[in-house]
Design a binder for this molecule. Structure first.
Ligand SMILES: Cc1cc2nc3c(=O)[nH]c(=O)nc-3n(C[C@H](O)[C@H](O)[C@H](O)COP(=O)(O)OP(=O)(O)OC[C@H]3O[C@@H](n4cnc5c(N)ncnc54)[C@H](O)[C@@H]3O)c2cc1C
Ligand code: SF4
Length: 479
């Protein structure tokens, strides 16, 4: 283990009595310090109430940030909580994992004037955490249930937010999900050191207590066709996310110990949740005492390298074919990874996986940046005869995600999709080309962010409600 990584282990794990080899994955739940009242108040008081709320404009939920900061500064936390929840179904989750540097905080006027942003995300988390602690967050009480039902496919943030909003309006809601736990990538994708899983579990528990029905281990396409589900409900929302890992076809790709990022992260999250995970326990998906190479410089890549550090890897290296300035991931995450001792091999591309049965090293080629391509980013080009070999016991491919083939998977060949495989919707109604079937979240946008999924889920709820009201009106007119 590198000196930096050792230092990270000692400083951040706050368990100096334990030797590194004694540390287990359960020990790494949270490295971020909890935000305390004084700090929340101090930060909230820093907001200049500038009158041009760029923070709010750049928050996908258009959260009323200046007003809830003011309420916190005035000790009016309960009101701040109501305001925060009026636009966001999961404020504590967004406060923890939004890339604020690219959204609200990156556009704070104080930040722009060089005085450092108000830490908006931490205050948002503080408000909602306090509300949970004080018992201010309660299940929805439906006074008069509407006799119409909505089936939601996918219990990720898009599906959950849509469900909550529809339930508030009185509809019967059933969520179907193919996994054993609800939460989507909140539960099995995002590592638990970034997002503590009990925060997701208490949200889904609240929705169950609000009368929303969850059917887990139910895969649409396998356990029921989309058409069958459509007949059962008055409207359907597809919020299935994107799960097809992008592949890299190289000589040696079929060697053992080369895994897609989502497998590595899911195993780690399941372990953190207390599950028995065979491929973790037998060492296959466990970075302990191994030389790890992660391919890809996006946020998922950063989650993999940082998870590997927490699993006590011998060394962790990240290969990325462009340079640091052109990395797609959040700079904050890159800094965190660097601080924890991850070594970034910029301008490098894997050319071959070497080994007999298991991978033992990666042949890497140096790259240089050429002219910008159609996306405007400089195109990486290989440097002739620049190859070198890097030792690897476990290789993790973090090259992004594409949608699965939903028309085929759902046994619904008529469902219209884009060239990229995302579901096509009417932007004004969020309806697909099939009557009463709506779609939201990553399956429409492509791999995106939790906060956008929440926004889509909320918008879909409003538009589904409009559709259902029109349906009733039509029936009444016909009667
Ligand atoms: C490793 C990783 C880290 C990330 N980190 C962050 C972060 O720090 N901050 C951030 O804002 N965003 C992050 N994201 C992105 C974020 O998680 C997604 O944008 C968001 O979860 C999308 O929400 P969704 O509801 O559309 O889909 P998902 O969260 O993917 O949920 C989809 C659900 O649909 C279910 N499903 C799929 N197919 C079927 C089927 N046929 N039948 C039944 N159910 C089905 C799945 O089981 C899943 O539960 C990260 C993503 C990954 C992969
Ligand atoms: S939801 Fe995300 S972008 Fe919006 S205020 Fe909260 S942390 Fe910032």
């Amino acid at each position: 283990m590198s000196e930096k990584m050792l230092k990270f282990v000692e400083i951040n794990r706050e368990m100096p009595s334990k030797r590194n080899s004694d540390l287990r994955i359960e020990d790494f739940k949270e490295i971020y310090k909890h935000f305390v009242y004084d700090k929340a108040k101090e930060q909230s008081s820093r907001c200049s109430q500038c009158g041009v709320p760029f923070c709010q404009i750049h928050c996908p939920l258009q959260n009323n940030i200046p007003d809830w900061l003011k309420l916190v500064a005035e000790d009016r936390l309960q009101e701040a909580n109501e305001l925060a929840h009026s636009t966001n179904n999961m404020p504590e989750i967004c406060g923890s994992i939004c890339p604020q540097d690219r959204l609200c905080e990156g556009n704070c006027v104080i930040e722009k004037s060089g005085h450092g942003t108000v830490t908006i995300g931490s205050v948002e988390k503080y408000i909602a955490d306090t509300a949970w602690e004080k018992g201010w967050i309660k299940p929805i009480k439906v006074l008069e249930e509407i006799n119409q039902s909505v089936g939601i496919v996918g219990a990720g943030p898009a599906g959950l937010s849509c469900a909550e909003e529809l339930r508030k309006s009185g509809y019967k809601v059933t969520i179907y999900d193919r996994y054993d736990r609800p939460g989507g990538l909140l539960i099995y994708g995002i590592p638990n050191f970034k997002l503590e899983k009990f925060t997701v579990e208490r949200r889904t528990k609240l929705l169950k207590e609000s009368g929303i029905k969850f059917i887990q281990n139910f895969e649409v396409g396998k356990d029921a066709s989309l058409e069958k589900l459509r007949k059962k409900h008055d409207a359907i929302l597809i919020a299935t996310g994107v799960y097809k890992s992008r592949e890299i076809e190289l000589p040696g790709s079929d060697l053992k110990n080369i895994f897609p990022a989502i497998e590595f992260l899911t195993a780690s999250n399941r372990k953190g949740l207390g599950d028995k995970v065979e491929n973790f326990d037998n060492g296959k998906l466990n970075a302990d005492n191994k030389n790890i190479i992660v391919i890809g410089g996006g946020d998922t890549g950063m989650d993999c390298v940082r998870t590997a550090v927490r699993q006590n890897a011998k060394s962790v290296k990240c290969l990325y074919r462009r340079d640091k300035e052109n990395m797609p991931g959040s700079m904050r995450e890159v800094h965190n990874a660097e601080e924890e001792g991850v070594e970034f091999i910029w301008l490098s591309n894997p050319k071959k996986f070497i080994g007999t049965s298991y991978v033992s090293s990666v042949l890497v080629e140096k790259m240089k940046l050429g002219k910008p391509d159609s996306s405007g980013r400089k195109k990486p080009e290989p440097i002739q005869n620049s190859e070198f070999e890097m030792k690897a016991d476990l290789v993790i491919k973090a090259l992004g995600f594409d949608p699965e083939n939903l028309p085929k998977l759902f046994n619904s060949p008529d469902l219209s999709i884009s060239k990229l495989g995302t579901i096509k919707i009417d932007l004004k109604t969020m309806e697909t080309n099939l009557d009463g079937i709506f779609a939201a979240g990553d399956i429409v946008r492509g791999a995106s962010l939790v906060v956008w999924a929440i926004r889509d889920g909320r918008e879909a709820a409003a538009l589904i409600q409009k559709y259902l009201e029109q349906k009733i009106n039509k029936k009444e007119r016909a009667a």
